[in-house]
Design a protein around this ligand. Structure first.
Ligand code: FES
Length: 146
């Protein structure tokens, strides 16, 4: 069996939603200290607090192919969705949508989950919207076998 699924290869070769949103409502940047990969997510958000929709999302990723494929898939999964769904997107959901990642590349999908969470937190902070800090508690640094 091939190491990477066709979906991973497709999103790596033709990543969706690459770029910058200049007037983004929330921006999140995260990195993995071990491999040095960096992921940045830009969100455009509309709607009343509690009923917001992600109307646009773009990403910049300086990293491995799995990180690029994960970012691309993650943006597709939250585009047009309620902000609450973006906030609860897990790396597992990203990995499943990609038809899997090799075990030593799972941490790359964690970056996508963390970058989206960081962008949502930025949106909350900019707008003075109260939130449960537990939502953004940092877990242990995912190991990065490159
Ligand atoms: Fe570090 Fe993929 S994000 S190797």
């Amino acid at each position: 069996m091939a190491l990477y699924s066709e979906k991973v290869m497709d999103h790596f070769r033709n990543p969706r939603n690459v770029g910058v949103i200049e007037d983004a409502d929330g921006v999140g940047e995260v990195g993995n200290a071990k491999c040095g990969d960096i992921m940045k997510i830009y969100l455009k958000i509309e709607g009343e607090p509690g009923h917001e929709i992600v109307t646009d999302v773009k990403f910049e990723t300086f990293g491995c192919g799995s990180a690029i494929a994960s970012s691309s898939m993650a943006t597709e999964l939250i585009m047009g969705k309620p902000l609450s769904e973006a906030l609860t997107l897990t790396n597992r959901a990203v990995t499943e949508a990609l038809d899997g990642l090799p075990a030593h590349k799972l941490h790359c999908s964690v970056l996508a989950e963390e970058a989206i969470k960081a962008a949502v937190k930025d949106y909350f902070d900019r707008n003075g919207i109260a939130y449960d800090p537990e939502l953004f508690k940092e877990g242990p640094e995912p190991s990065c076998a490159v």
